[in-house]
Ligand binder design. Structure first.
Ligand code: FAD
Length: 482
């Protein structure tokens, strides 16, 4: 953070905003820019037009380049000049990649958006493989202005924390408010904290947060988006197992000192057992480690994600952290032919070696994505996205790609609610139809494409649903007996 920020004018502050690399820095510099420009940070619909004046007319400035990207996006026909959802108040739980990306879409549709994030820093070094359409999507939001190294050459990946930093900057500029260190606990119905029918009519849906009595406890919203990862705190979203094959995933991050020797080491974009049995048999013979696949990405860290076979790791009882560290380091060393000198673990947010083991034996998908609840004349659309909707198998890198597709589907649904031309059951039915297609989407099927939030631009076969009766019975819950 700059030590004497008050001396900067907005355009040099903007440069600091571009360079900022932590959540705290990004937020604090953003608020300094707003103060300098006299912008009210809660005036969500005016933030972008007012910020846009920074460096106006200087075609080479970073700010001007960003406005060019974002103007183009804001002018997409789908957003109808931010008018469609301007009456909507949205609350998003979680500032992971999908929560932030959803915030951006809702803001582009004109909604007021607040994101709550329980952590107070972005600390996940793990690296996401990006499908081509995600790379194009992020570049079109100005990702390279904030992170010039973003997907240069054949690089198709980014660390989760770096992706969060980029999306946070875009979201703030578009008027999204992000609160960190606050955790969503539960939904509060309009009638629960009111005593008279008169006040009841003025009260909307609210949420309970941790810490209590946070100013957001008074925020009334009509759309709630669950983007809080696979543990999904929102009730009413039953899950089914979609992958039931024994798999133990291990991620490991090592310090990248960016030395010449490290630069020379080739990435491994995915060596799977079926394609290279010699490699894995050799690894087993020399180290005793038996893997199904391994991926190595050189990013802010040297990142490895691998799938261990049952006999290799599970066979050993009580896998402790020390053993896991040794195991992952040996595998990383073998896979890179010992060319990464002096492997040293990065530290995670707990200050420990950044190595972790995950059980992928059962992966879950939600059976449906959306509810509409009506109480005391107030409607609430509740929808889930990202890992809450569809838990990804990390080694194939589908997390962010399918996550973003689900975000676009949810945005399209909000647009349909905003347009108010179809019944709620028809709108939800369309979203659930698309959800089935989302699960079948693969990298090869998606290609580069110029996709928008309109599902017709992304999924080849869109069938109409005739399941309206079931949706009315199971996903729309109203206390209005009419
Ligand atoms: P997440 O990225 O999980 O974000 C959810 C956010 O919600 C988090 O920031 C969390 O702090 C916040 N949150 C949770 N509960 C609350 C609450 N009650 N109130 C407020 N905020 C809340 N994918 C890969 O492809 N490769 C990998 O190597 C890989 N490694 C991963 C490592 C970890 C530790 C995790 C958690 C995920 C990993 N993933 C990986 C999955 C990948 O990160 C996700 O697919 C991708 O980030 C999109 O997820 P998301 O935004 O839906 O959820």
């Amino acid at each position: 953070m700059p030590s004497t920020p008050i001396l900067f004018n907005s355009s040099s502050l903007f440069e600091h905003f571009v360079q900022a690399n932590t959540l705290k820095q990004i937020q604090s510099i953003f608020y300094q820019i707003c103060i300098t420009e006299g912008i009210d940070t809660t005036d969500f619909s005016n933030i972008y037009p007012l910020l846009r004046k920074i460096d106006e007319g200087k075609s080479n400035s970073k700010a001007e380049k960003l406005w060019t990207f974002l103007d183009k996006r804001r002018n997409f026909a789908e957003y109808d000049r931010q008018k469609i959802c301007k009456e909507m108040n949205v609350l998003i739980i979680g500032a992971g990649p999908c929560g932030l990306r959803a915030g951006i879409e809702a803001a582009l549709l004109g909604a007021k958006v607040i994101i709550v994030e329980q952590r107070d820093k972005f600390s996940r070094n793990n690296v996401l493989h990006l499908w081509e359409f995600v790379i194009q999507d992020l570049k079109a939001l100005g990702a390279k202005i904030f992170y010039p190294k973003f997907c240069t050459g054949s690089i198709e990946h980014i660390s989760i924390r770096q992706l969060q930093c980029i999306l946070t900057k875009v979201a703030l500029v578009l008027g999204v408010q992000i609160y960190d260190g606050i955790s969503f606990s539960e939904i509060l119905e309009p009638s629960t904290n009111t005593t008279t029918s008169e006040s009841c009519c003025n009260e909307g849906w609210k949420a309970k947060f941790e810490p209590h009595n946070h100013l957001l406890s008074e925020y009334q919203f009509d759309v709630l988006i669950g983007a809080d990862g696979k543990r999904n705190t929102l009730p009413g979203f039953p899950k089914q197992v979609v992958r039931g094959k024994l798999a133990i995933g291990i991620t490991a991050n090592f310090v990248n000192k960016k030395s010449a020797a490290e630069e020379k080491v080739q990435e491994i974009s995915g060596v799977a057992y079926i394609f290279n049995q010699t490699f894995f048999k050799d690894m087993q013979a020399k180290t005793g480690i038996d893997l199904e696949n391994i991926v190595y990405y050189k990013d802010e860290t040297h990142y490895f994600v691998m799938c261990a076979k049952k006999q290799s790791l599970l066979g050993k009882e009580n896998v402790d952290q020390e053993m896991l560290c040794k195991y992952a380091m040996q595998a990383a060393d073998f896979a890179t032919e010992g060319k990464l000198p002096q492997l040293e673990y990065s530290l995670n947010h707990r200050g420990q070696c950044d190595v972790a083991m995950f059980d992928f034996t059962a992966l879950y998908s939600a059976l449906h994505s959306t509810h509409l609840i009506e109480r005391s004349g107030k409607s609430l659309i509740v929808t889930i996205i990202g890992d809450s909707l569809h838990e990804p198998f990390w080694p194939t890198g589908s997390g962010c790609a399918r996550g973003f597709l689900g975000v676009f589907d949810a945005a399209w649904m909000l647009r349909s609610f905003g347009l108010n031309q179809l019944s709620a059951a028809e709108i939800i039915a369309e979203r659930e139809n698309v959800l089935k297609l989302l699960a079948q989407t693969t990298k090869d099927k998606m290609g580069k494409g110029k996709y928008t939030i309109d599902p017709a631009t992304r999924y080849p076969f869109l069938a109409k649903s005739n399941d309206l009766k079931r949706i009315l019975e199971t996903q729309i819950d109203s206390d209005n007996i009419e």
